[in-house]
Design a protein around this ligand. Structure first.
Ligand SMILES: Cc1cc2nc3c(=O)[nH]c(=O)nc-3n(C[C@H](O)[C@H](O)[C@H](O)COP(=O)(O)OP(=O)(O)OC[C@H]3O[C@@H](n4cnc5c(N)ncnc54)[C@H](O)[C@@H]3O)c2cc1C
Ligand SMILES: NC(=O)c1ccc[n+]([C@@H]2O[C@H](COP(=O)([O-])OP(=O)(O)OC[C@H]3O[C@@H](n4cnc5c(N)ncnc54)[C@H](OP(=O)(O)O)[C@@H]3O)[C@@H](O)[C@H]2O)c1
Length: 388
Protein backbone atom coordinates (compact mmCIF):
# COMPACT_ATOMS: atom_id res chain seq x y z
CA UNK A 1 0.00 0.00 0.00
CA UNK A 2 1.34 3.47 -0.82
CA UNK A 3 2.06 5.93 1.99
CA UNK A 4 -0.50 8.74 2.34
CA UNK A 5 0.73 12.01 0.79
CA UNK A 6 1.98 14.25 3.59
CA UNK A 7 -0.10 17.38 4.07
CA UNK A 8 1.56 20.52 2.71
CA UNK A 9 0.15 22.64 5.53
CA UNK A 10 1.50 22.86 9.06
CA UNK A 11 2.49 25.42 11.71
CA UNK A 12 5.22 26.79 9.41
CA UNK A 13 2.89 26.94 6.44
CA UNK A 14 -0.67 27.37 7.75
CA UNK A 15 -3.67 26.74 5.52
CA UNK A 16 -5.74 29.82 4.57
CA UNK A 17 -9.12 28.55 5.76
CA UNK A 18 -12.48 30.28 5.49
CA UNK A 19 -14.86 30.84 8.37
CA UNK A 20 -18.20 29.27 7.38
CA UNK A 21 -20.32 29.79 10.49
CA UNK A 22 -20.13 31.85 13.66
CA UNK A 23 -22.88 31.94 16.24
CA UNK A 24 -23.09 32.78 19.91
CA UNK A 25 -23.10 29.73 22.13
CA UNK A 26 -24.38 31.66 25.18
CA UNK A 27 -27.73 33.43 25.29
CA UNK A 28 -27.49 37.18 24.50
CA UNK A 29 -28.11 38.15 28.14
CA UNK A 30 -25.22 35.97 29.38
CA UNK A 31 -22.25 37.58 31.11
CA UNK A 32 -20.06 35.36 28.96
CA UNK A 33 -19.28 35.56 25.28
CA UNK A 34 -18.61 32.11 23.89
CA UNK A 35 -18.82 31.49 20.14
CA UNK A 36 -19.34 28.36 18.08
CA UNK A 37 -17.31 28.44 14.85
CA UNK A 38 -17.29 26.24 11.76
CA UNK A 39 -14.20 26.46 9.57
CA UNK A 40 -13.80 25.12 6.03
CA UNK A 41 -10.70 22.98 5.42
CA UNK A 42 -11.60 22.05 1.81
CA UNK A 43 -8.49 21.55 -0.31
CA UNK A 44 -6.10 21.64 2.65
CA UNK A 45 -5.38 17.94 3.00
CA UNK A 46 -5.37 18.61 6.77
CA UNK A 47 -6.43 15.57 8.76
CA UNK A 48 -7.68 15.78 12.33
CA UNK A 49 -9.08 13.38 14.86
CA UNK A 50 -11.17 13.68 17.97
CA UNK A 51 -9.03 15.24 20.74
CA UNK A 52 -6.77 17.29 18.43
CA UNK A 53 -6.52 21.07 18.52
CA UNK A 54 -6.57 23.64 15.75
CA UNK A 55 -3.82 26.27 15.71
CA UNK A 56 -4.90 29.71 14.52
CA UNK A 57 -2.61 32.63 13.65
CA UNK A 58 -4.47 35.78 14.70
CA UNK A 59 -4.14 39.29 13.33
CA UNK A 60 -4.09 42.57 15.21
CA UNK A 61 -7.02 44.83 14.37
CA UNK A 62 -6.65 47.81 12.03
CA UNK A 63 -7.84 50.01 14.89
CA UNK A 64 -5.06 48.84 17.23
CA UNK A 65 -2.37 48.99 14.52
CA UNK A 66 -3.45 52.55 13.57
CA UNK A 67 -3.35 53.62 17.20
CA UNK A 68 0.16 52.16 17.70
CA UNK A 69 1.44 53.77 14.47
CA UNK A 70 0.07 57.14 15.63
CA UNK A 71 1.45 56.84 19.15
CA UNK A 72 4.95 56.05 17.90
CA UNK A 73 4.70 58.59 15.05
CA UNK A 74 5.00 56.16 12.14
CA UNK A 75 3.12 56.37 8.83
CA UNK A 76 2.94 52.59 8.43
CA UNK A 77 4.62 52.74 5.00
CA UNK A 78 8.10 52.31 6.48
CA UNK A 79 9.81 49.19 5.18
CA UNK A 80 10.99 46.65 7.78
CA UNK A 81 12.83 43.34 7.54
CA UNK A 82 11.61 40.53 9.77
CA UNK A 83 14.37 39.50 12.22
CA UNK A 84 16.50 36.53 11.09
CA UNK A 85 14.90 36.57 7.61
CA UNK A 86 15.21 38.47 4.36
CA UNK A 87 11.47 39.14 4.27
CA UNK A 88 10.69 42.80 3.85
CA UNK A 89 7.24 44.28 4.36
CA UNK A 90 5.57 47.50 5.38
CA UNK A 91 5.50 48.35 9.06
CA UNK A 92 1.67 48.33 8.93
CA UNK A 93 1.61 44.76 7.58
CA UNK A 94 4.29 43.66 10.04
CA UNK A 95 2.34 45.02 13.00
CA UNK A 96 -0.87 43.45 11.71
CA UNK A 97 0.35 39.92 11.12
CA UNK A 98 3.78 39.39 12.67
CA UNK A 99 4.14 41.10 16.05
CA UNK A 100 2.34 41.02 19.39
CA UNK A 101 1.08 44.45 20.44
CA UNK A 102 -0.16 43.31 23.84
CA UNK A 103 1.84 42.79 27.02
CA UNK A 104 5.28 44.41 27.24
CA UNK A 105 8.59 43.40 28.80
CA UNK A 106 11.08 45.30 30.95
CA UNK A 107 13.32 45.34 27.86
CA UNK A 108 10.63 47.24 25.98
CA UNK A 109 10.33 49.79 28.81
CA UNK A 110 14.11 50.25 28.60
CA UNK A 111 13.83 50.76 24.83
CA UNK A 112 11.19 53.47 25.23
CA UNK A 113 13.33 55.09 27.94
CA UNK A 114 16.37 55.07 25.67
CA UNK A 115 14.37 56.61 22.81
CA UNK A 116 12.43 59.20 24.81
CA UNK A 117 13.36 62.70 23.66
CA UNK A 118 12.15 64.61 26.69
CA UNK A 119 13.81 64.50 30.11
CA UNK A 120 10.45 64.25 31.84
CA UNK A 121 9.53 60.96 30.06
CA UNK A 122 13.06 59.62 30.63
CA UNK A 123 12.89 60.41 34.33
CA UNK A 124 9.50 58.70 34.80
CA UNK A 125 10.69 55.60 32.96
CA UNK A 126 14.00 55.57 34.85
CA UNK A 127 11.95 55.53 38.05
CA UNK A 128 10.02 52.46 36.86
CA UNK A 129 13.19 50.70 35.73
CA UNK A 130 14.96 51.50 38.97
CA UNK A 131 12.08 50.51 41.25
CA UNK A 132 13.59 48.46 44.07
CA UNK A 133 10.24 46.74 44.70
CA UNK A 134 10.10 43.96 42.06
CA UNK A 135 6.40 43.27 42.75
CA UNK A 136 5.41 46.90 42.13
CA UNK A 137 7.62 47.04 39.05
CA UNK A 138 6.05 43.89 37.62
CA UNK A 139 2.54 45.18 38.36
CA UNK A 140 3.32 48.43 36.48
CA UNK A 141 4.71 46.56 33.48
CA UNK A 142 1.97 43.88 33.45
CA UNK A 143 -0.77 46.52 33.39
CA UNK A 144 0.57 48.10 30.19
CA UNK A 145 0.54 47.16 26.53
CA UNK A 146 2.69 48.46 23.66
CA UNK A 147 0.16 51.21 22.88
CA UNK A 148 0.09 52.49 26.47
CA UNK A 149 3.81 53.30 26.48
CA UNK A 150 3.64 55.21 23.19
CA UNK A 151 0.71 57.26 24.48
CA UNK A 152 1.98 57.78 28.04
CA UNK A 153 5.47 58.78 26.88
CA UNK A 154 4.76 60.77 23.72
CA UNK A 155 8.32 62.00 23.21
CA UNK A 156 9.44 58.50 22.16
CA UNK A 157 10.91 58.56 18.65
CA UNK A 158 12.60 55.57 17.03
CA UNK A 159 13.33 53.86 13.74
CA UNK A 160 10.69 51.39 12.51
CA UNK A 161 13.25 48.56 12.27
CA UNK A 162 14.48 49.13 15.82
CA UNK A 163 10.85 49.25 17.02
CA UNK A 164 9.84 45.86 15.57
CA UNK A 165 13.02 44.29 16.91
CA UNK A 166 11.71 45.01 20.43
CA UNK A 167 8.39 43.29 19.87
CA UNK A 168 7.46 39.68 20.49
CA UNK A 169 6.31 37.49 17.63
CA UNK A 170 2.55 37.12 17.28
CA UNK A 171 2.08 33.46 18.17
CA UNK A 172 -0.68 31.11 17.05
CA UNK A 173 -3.30 30.07 19.63
CA UNK A 174 -4.57 26.52 20.03
CA UNK A 175 -8.26 25.60 20.30
CA UNK A 176 -9.60 22.15 21.19
CA UNK A 177 -11.58 20.94 18.21
CA UNK A 178 -15.26 20.49 19.05
CA UNK A 179 -16.28 18.31 16.09
CA UNK A 180 -15.46 14.83 14.84
CA UNK A 181 -14.49 14.47 11.17
CA UNK A 182 -16.41 11.18 11.21
CA UNK A 183 -19.56 13.12 12.05
CA UNK A 184 -19.30 16.55 10.35
CA UNK A 185 -17.08 15.52 7.42
CA UNK A 186 -13.31 15.78 7.07
CA UNK A 187 -13.40 19.27 5.50
CA UNK A 188 -15.17 20.92 8.40
CA UNK A 189 -13.77 21.73 11.81
CA UNK A 190 -15.71 23.27 14.71
CA UNK A 191 -14.34 25.34 17.60
CA UNK A 192 -15.85 26.64 20.84
CA UNK A 193 -14.13 29.88 21.79
CA UNK A 194 -14.50 32.05 24.89
CA UNK A 195 -13.96 35.66 23.83
CA UNK A 196 -11.41 37.20 26.20
CA UNK A 197 -12.06 40.81 27.29
CA UNK A 198 -10.63 42.52 30.35
CA UNK A 199 -9.40 45.85 31.62
CA UNK A 200 -5.95 46.96 32.81
CA UNK A 201 -4.46 50.43 33.35
CA UNK A 202 -7.96 51.84 32.87
CA UNK A 203 -8.18 50.52 29.29
CA UNK A 204 -10.40 47.87 27.78
CA UNK A 205 -8.38 44.99 26.29
CA UNK A 206 -9.35 42.37 23.76
CA UNK A 207 -7.75 38.92 23.65
CA UNK A 208 -6.04 38.95 20.23
CA UNK A 209 -7.10 35.63 18.80
CA UNK A 210 -10.41 35.09 20.58
CA UNK A 211 -11.74 38.48 19.43
CA UNK A 212 -10.26 37.94 15.94
CA UNK A 213 -12.30 34.72 15.76
CA UNK A 214 -15.27 35.89 17.81
CA UNK A 215 -15.77 39.36 16.38
CA UNK A 216 -13.49 40.63 13.62
CA UNK A 217 -13.16 37.70 11.18
CA UNK A 218 -15.87 38.00 8.52
CA UNK A 219 -17.84 34.85 7.73
CA UNK A 220 -17.07 33.74 4.14
CA UNK A 221 -14.41 36.40 3.67
CA UNK A 222 -11.58 36.56 6.20
CA UNK A 223 -8.78 34.05 5.75
CA UNK A 224 -7.80 32.23 8.93
CA UNK A 225 -4.27 30.78 8.82
CA UNK A 226 -4.71 27.40 10.55
CA UNK A 227 -2.92 24.11 11.23
CA UNK A 228 -3.77 20.92 13.07
CA UNK A 229 -1.98 20.18 16.34
CA UNK A 230 -2.17 16.45 16.96
CA UNK A 231 -2.70 15.26 20.50
CA UNK A 232 -2.52 12.06 22.51
CA UNK A 233 -5.75 13.24 24.14
CA UNK A 234 -8.61 11.34 22.58
CA UNK A 235 -11.45 8.87 23.07
CA UNK A 236 -10.51 5.24 23.77
CA UNK A 237 -9.86 2.94 20.83
CA UNK A 238 -12.00 0.40 22.70
CA UNK A 239 -15.53 1.31 21.63
CA UNK A 240 -17.02 -0.67 24.53
CA UNK A 241 -15.10 1.24 27.22
CA UNK A 242 -17.14 3.71 29.29
CA UNK A 243 -15.95 7.32 29.39
CA UNK A 244 -16.38 10.05 32.00
CA UNK A 245 -15.82 13.56 30.61
CA UNK A 246 -15.41 16.67 32.75
CA UNK A 247 -15.57 19.88 30.71
CA UNK A 248 -16.84 23.10 32.27
CA UNK A 249 -16.99 26.24 30.07
CA UNK A 250 -15.09 25.85 26.83
CA UNK A 251 -13.74 22.62 28.31
CA UNK A 252 -16.83 21.13 26.71
CA UNK A 253 -15.23 21.42 23.24
CA UNK A 254 -13.39 18.09 22.87
CA UNK A 255 -16.26 16.18 24.49
CA UNK A 256 -18.71 17.34 21.82
CA UNK A 257 -16.16 15.83 19.43
CA UNK A 258 -15.81 12.62 21.51
CA UNK A 259 -19.57 12.03 21.61
CA UNK A 260 -19.92 12.73 17.87
CA UNK A 261 -17.01 10.39 17.20
CA UNK A 262 -18.40 7.58 19.36
CA UNK A 263 -21.82 7.98 17.73
CA UNK A 264 -20.33 7.85 14.21
CA UNK A 265 -18.35 4.71 15.09
CA UNK A 266 -21.30 3.01 16.72
CA UNK A 267 -19.52 2.78 20.08
CA UNK A 268 -21.47 0.81 22.67
CA UNK A 269 -19.52 2.15 25.67
CA UNK A 270 -21.35 4.41 28.11
CA UNK A 271 -20.73 8.20 28.02
CA UNK A 272 -21.03 10.38 31.14
CA UNK A 273 -20.58 14.14 30.88
CA UNK A 274 -20.00 16.65 33.69
CA UNK A 275 -20.58 20.19 32.43
CA UNK A 276 -20.52 23.46 34.35
CA UNK A 277 -20.94 27.13 33.67
CA UNK A 278 -22.46 30.22 35.21
CA UNK A 279 -26.22 29.90 34.63
CA UNK A 280 -28.49 27.24 33.17
CA UNK A 281 -30.65 29.75 31.31
CA UNK A 282 -27.81 31.48 29.46
CA UNK A 283 -24.73 29.27 29.50
CA UNK A 284 -25.81 25.73 28.72
CA UNK A 285 -23.50 25.34 25.71
CA UNK A 286 -24.96 23.02 23.03
CA UNK A 287 -27.97 22.32 25.27
CA UNK A 288 -30.20 20.99 22.45
CA UNK A 289 -27.45 18.62 21.28
CA UNK A 290 -26.90 17.21 24.77
CA UNK A 291 -30.62 16.76 25.35
CA UNK A 292 -30.92 14.90 22.03
CA UNK A 293 -27.85 12.78 22.83
CA UNK A 294 -29.45 11.85 26.17
CA UNK A 295 -32.77 11.02 24.50
CA UNK A 296 -30.98 8.94 21.82
CA UNK A 297 -28.97 7.10 24.47
CA UNK A 298 -25.65 8.41 23.14
CA UNK A 299 -25.12 10.15 26.42
CA UNK A 300 -25.76 7.87 29.36
CA UNK A 301 -25.66 10.55 32.02
CA UNK A 302 -25.28 14.35 32.19
CA UNK A 303 -24.53 16.20 35.44
CA UNK A 304 -24.43 20.00 35.32
CA UNK A 305 -22.99 22.45 37.85
CA UNK A 306 -24.42 26.00 37.58
CA UNK A 307 -22.10 28.19 39.58
CA UNK A 308 -24.17 31.39 39.72
CA UNK A 309 -27.77 30.18 39.92
CA UNK A 310 -27.66 30.29 43.72
CA UNK A 311 -25.82 32.34 46.33
CA UNK A 312 -23.08 29.74 46.75
CA UNK A 313 -20.86 28.07 44.14
CA UNK A 314 -21.62 24.68 42.69
CA UNK A 315 -18.78 23.37 40.54
CA UNK A 316 -18.26 20.19 38.52
CA UNK A 317 -16.17 18.66 41.31
CA UNK A 318 -19.15 19.00 43.67
CA UNK A 319 -21.26 16.99 41.22
CA UNK A 320 -18.44 14.45 40.86
CA UNK A 321 -18.24 14.07 44.64
CA UNK A 322 -22.04 13.70 44.92
CA UNK A 323 -21.88 10.87 42.38
CA UNK A 324 -18.75 9.40 43.99
CA UNK A 325 -19.99 5.82 44.40
CA UNK A 326 -21.02 5.61 40.75
CA UNK A 327 -17.80 7.29 39.53
CA UNK A 328 -15.78 4.73 41.52
CA UNK A 329 -17.85 1.88 40.05
CA UNK A 330 -17.31 3.09 36.48
CA UNK A 331 -13.57 3.58 37.03
CA UNK A 332 -12.75 0.58 39.18
CA UNK A 333 -15.25 -2.09 38.09
CA UNK A 334 -16.03 -1.11 34.52
CA UNK A 335 -12.67 0.17 33.24
CA UNK A 336 -13.87 3.70 32.43
CA UNK A 337 -11.62 6.40 30.95
CA UNK A 338 -11.63 9.75 32.80
CA UNK A 339 -11.05 13.02 30.89
CA UNK A 340 -10.72 16.64 32.03
CA UNK A 341 -10.68 19.70 29.76
CA UNK A 342 -10.69 23.46 30.50
CA UNK A 343 -9.11 25.69 33.11
CA UNK A 344 -5.73 24.41 34.28
CA UNK A 345 -5.14 26.81 37.15
CA UNK A 346 -7.99 25.85 39.47
CA UNK A 347 -10.61 23.54 37.98
CA UNK A 348 -8.37 20.68 36.83
CA UNK A 349 -6.60 20.56 40.22
CA UNK A 350 -9.88 20.65 42.13
CA UNK A 351 -11.35 17.86 39.99
CA UNK A 352 -8.25 15.74 40.56
CA UNK A 353 -8.59 16.32 44.32
CA UNK A 354 -12.23 15.19 44.15
CA UNK A 355 -11.18 12.03 42.33
CA UNK A 356 -8.55 11.27 44.98
CA UNK A 357 -11.23 11.71 47.68
CA UNK A 358 -13.49 9.25 45.83
CA UNK A 359 -10.68 6.68 45.68
CA UNK A 360 -10.31 7.01 49.46
CA UNK A 361 -14.01 7.07 50.36
CA UNK A 362 -15.35 4.41 48.01
CA UNK A 363 -12.16 2.41 47.30
CA UNK A 364 -11.00 2.38 50.94
CA UNK A 365 -7.53 3.57 49.85
CA UNK A 366 -5.15 5.64 51.95
CA UNK A 367 -3.27 8.70 50.56
CA UNK A 368 -0.53 6.58 49.00
CA UNK A 369 -3.00 4.06 47.59
CA UNK A 370 -5.15 6.79 46.04
CA UNK A 371 -2.09 8.43 44.46
CA UNK A 372 -0.99 5.03 43.12
CA UNK A 373 -4.46 4.44 41.67
CA UNK A 374 -4.31 7.75 39.81
CA UNK A 375 -0.82 6.90 38.56
CA UNK A 376 -2.05 3.54 37.36
CA UNK A 377 -4.95 5.16 35.47
CA UNK A 378 -2.57 7.70 33.90
CA UNK A 379 -0.16 4.98 32.80
CA UNK A 380 -3.04 3.06 31.18
CA UNK A 381 -4.17 6.22 29.32
CA UNK A 382 -7.37 6.17 31.39
CA UNK A 383 -6.80 9.57 33.03
CA UNK A 384 -6.20 12.28 30.45
CA UNK A 385 -6.17 16.07 30.64
CA UNK A 386 -6.38 18.80 27.99
CA UNK A 387 -6.08 21.89 30.15
CA UNK A 388 -4.98 25.47 29.51
C1 LIG B 1 -4.36 22.94 24.13
C2 LIG B 1 -5.20 24.19 24.27
C3 LIG B 1 -6.54 24.13 23.97
C4 LIG B 1 -7.32 25.28 24.09
N1 LIG B 1 -8.64 25.21 23.77
C5 LIG B 1 -9.41 26.29 23.89
C6 LIG B 1 -10.79 26.22 23.54
O1 LIG B 1 -11.32 25.18 23.12
N2 LIG B 1 -11.54 27.34 23.67
C7 LIG B 1 -11.00 28.52 24.13
O2 LIG B 1 -11.73 29.52 24.22
N3 LIG B 1 -9.69 28.61 24.47
C8 LIG B 1 -8.90 27.54 24.34
N4 LIG B 1 -7.57 27.64 24.65
C9 LIG B 1 -7.03 28.97 25.03
C10 LIG B 1 -6.60 29.74 23.73
O3 LIG B 1 -5.50 29.09 23.12
C11 LIG B 1 -6.19 31.18 24.00
O4 LIG B 1 -5.24 31.19 25.02
C12 LIG B 1 -7.35 32.07 24.38
O5 LIG B 1 -8.31 32.15 23.34
C13 LIG B 1 -6.85 33.50 24.67
O6 LIG B 1 -6.15 33.97 23.54
P1 LIG B 1 -6.30 35.47 23.04
O7 LIG B 1 -5.31 35.66 21.94
O8 LIG B 1 -7.71 35.81 22.78
O9 LIG B 1 -5.89 36.30 24.31
P2 LIG B 1 -4.48 37.04 24.55
O10 LIG B 1 -4.38 38.24 23.71
O11 LIG B 1 -3.38 36.03 24.47
O12 LIG B 1 -4.74 37.48 26.01
C14 LIG B 1 -4.76 36.52 27.04
C15 LIG B 1 -3.90 37.08 28.13
O13 LIG B 1 -4.52 38.26 28.62
C16 LIG B 1 -4.28 38.40 29.97
N5 LIG B 1 -5.56 38.45 30.67
C17 LIG B 1 -6.69 37.75 30.39
N6 LIG B 1 -7.65 38.07 31.25
C18 LIG B 1 -7.12 39.00 32.08
C19 LIG B 1 -7.61 39.72 33.18
N7 LIG B 1 -8.86 39.55 33.61
N8 LIG B 1 -6.78 40.60 33.79
C20 LIG B 1 -5.52 40.78 33.38
N9 LIG B 1 -4.99 40.12 32.34
C21 LIG B 1 -5.78 39.25 31.71
C22 LIG B 1 -3.50 37.18 30.43
O14 LIG B 1 -2.15 37.57 30.43
C23 LIG B 1 -3.77 36.18 29.34
O15 LIG B 1 -2.73 35.25 29.18
C24 LIG B 1 -6.76 26.50 24.55
C25 LIG B 1 -5.40 26.55 24.86
C26 LIG B 1 -4.63 25.42 24.73
C27 LIG B 1 -3.18 25.51 25.08
N1 LIG C 1 -4.56 30.72 28.86
C1 LIG C 1 -5.41 31.62 28.38
O1 LIG C 1 -5.05 32.59 27.76
C2 LIG C 1 -6.86 31.39 28.57
C3 LIG C 1 -7.79 32.09 27.80
C4 LIG C 1 -9.16 31.82 27.96
C5 LIG C 1 -9.54 30.91 28.91
N2 LIG C 1 -8.58 30.29 29.65
C6 LIG C 1 -8.95 29.36 30.65
O2 LIG C 1 -9.93 28.57 30.15
C7 LIG C 1 -10.93 28.44 31.11
C8 LIG C 1 -12.23 28.20 30.40
O3 LIG C 1 -12.82 29.42 30.21
P1 LIG C 1 -14.36 29.53 30.07
O4 LIG C 1 -14.64 30.99 29.91
O5 LIG C 1 -14.85 28.64 29.05
O6 LIG C 1 -14.96 29.00 31.43
P2 LIG C 1 -14.50 29.14 32.95
O7 LIG C 1 -14.06 30.52 33.25
O8 LIG C 1 -13.59 28.02 33.27
O9 LIG C 1 -15.90 28.93 33.67
C9 LIG C 1 -16.66 27.74 33.52
C10 LIG C 1 -17.28 27.36 34.84
O10 LIG C 1 -16.27 26.90 35.71
C11 LIG C 1 -16.49 27.51 36.98
N3 LIG C 1 -15.29 27.49 37.81
C12 LIG C 1 -14.57 28.52 38.29
N4 LIG C 1 -13.61 28.07 39.12
C13 LIG C 1 -13.74 26.73 39.17
C14 LIG C 1 -13.06 25.71 39.87
N5 LIG C 1 -12.04 25.97 40.67
N6 LIG C 1 -13.46 24.46 39.68
C15 LIG C 1 -14.48 24.14 38.85
N7 LIG C 1 -15.19 25.06 38.18
C16 LIG C 1 -14.81 26.35 38.33
C17 LIG C 1 -17.00 28.88 36.64
O11 LIG C 1 -17.68 29.42 37.77
P3 LIG C 1 -17.56 30.92 38.27
O12 LIG C 1 -16.98 31.74 37.16
O13 LIG C 1 -18.97 31.32 38.61
O14 LIG C 1 -16.70 30.89 39.49
C18 LIG C 1 -17.97 28.53 35.54
O15 LIG C 1 -19.18 28.09 36.07
C19 LIG C 1 -10.83 29.72 31.95
O16 LIG C 1 -11.15 29.48 33.29
C20 LIG C 1 -9.41 30.14 31.82
O17 LIG C 1 -8.63 29.79 32.95
C21 LIG C 1 -7.27 30.48 29.49
Amino acid sequence: MSEPTPCAYDKNNPFPAKLKVRCRANAPESQKETVHLEIDLTGSGLVYKSGDSLGVFPRNTTQLVDAVLKAYKFSGDESVTLPKTETTLSLRDALTTQFALGAITKKFVQFVHDNAACDCDKAKLAEVLGNADPVAQKAWIDARHVLDLGEEFPSVKCEAQAFIEQLRKLMPRLYSISSSPEFVGKDSVHLTVAVVRYETNGRKRDGVCSTFLGEYAQVGETTLPVFVSNSHFGPPADLDAPVIMVGPGTGIAPFRSFVQDRAARGAKGKNWLFFGDQRVKTDFLYQAEWEKALADGLLTRLDCAWSRDQDYKIYVQDKIREAGAEVWKWLNDEGAYFYICGDAKRMAKDVEAALIDIFKTYGGLDDAGAAAKLKELKAAGRYQKDVY
